[in-house]
Design a protein around this ligand. Structure first.
Ligand SMILES: [Zn+2]
Length: 180
């Protein structure tokens, strides 16, 4: 089931014109679903991505400095749209994806965790969007914490320019998350 999470890293170059991205150069990352899993294609600002087929999600990012410790720019609207789009899907890989997106949005303070009902059937975490007070129910996939951590690291690498944040920890629902 987790093979879909073997996401390709950023290639460091535009797939259309082949020009490599400079450090700090903004570009558009697009994620597509293919037969063999997710596929990421990056486009420079001069090369608009094809609209057919539409990407599952797309976001603006930039090539990070090598070994940078600062956090990567975070395209909150794009990630939230991504999270929204997966809401109606019950495919296991989408449920996994959406849960990990919710954790990321929580960490970035776009969502607040209200309640983690791990004992419910199915387990569901309830988040609230502070800006609108809208409540969002997110199914918790049947995965161990270390697996979720691995997926979260992959997701962060995917959303950023390709650097995995080694210190990412899946928040403990019973404890404080790092943003309090
Ligand atoms: Zn290009």
């Amino acid at each position: 089931m987790t093979r879909d999470w073997n996401m390709p890293r950023a290639t460091g170059a535009c797939v259309a014109c082949g020009r490599p991205f400079e450090v700090g150069q903004p570009f558009l990352a697009c994620l597509y679903e293919t037969e063999s899993g997710y596929e990421r294609r990056d486009y420079c600002t001069g090369c608009p991505p094809p609209t057919d087929p539409p990407p599952l999600g797309q976001w603006r990012t930039q090539r990070p400095e090598p070994a940078a410790r600062r956090s990567l720019p975070f395209d909150r609207e794009a990630v939230y749209a991504f999270f929204d789009r997966l809401e109606d899907s019950d495919r296991p890989e989408h449920v996994q994806f959406r849960f990990v997106l919710a954790l990321l949005l929580w960490r970035k303070k776009v969502l607040k965790l209200e309640h983690a009902a791990d004992d419910a059937t199915p387990p569901v975490w309830e988040f609230r969007e502070p800006r609108t007070d809208r409540r969002r129910r997110v199914l918790r996939p049947d995965l161990a914490d270390d697996e979720l951590e691995r997926l979260s690291g992959q997701l962060e690498a995917l959303l950023g320019g390709g650097t995995v944040a080694a210190d990412f920890v899946v928040p403990d629902a019973l404890g404080e998350n790092e943003n309090g």
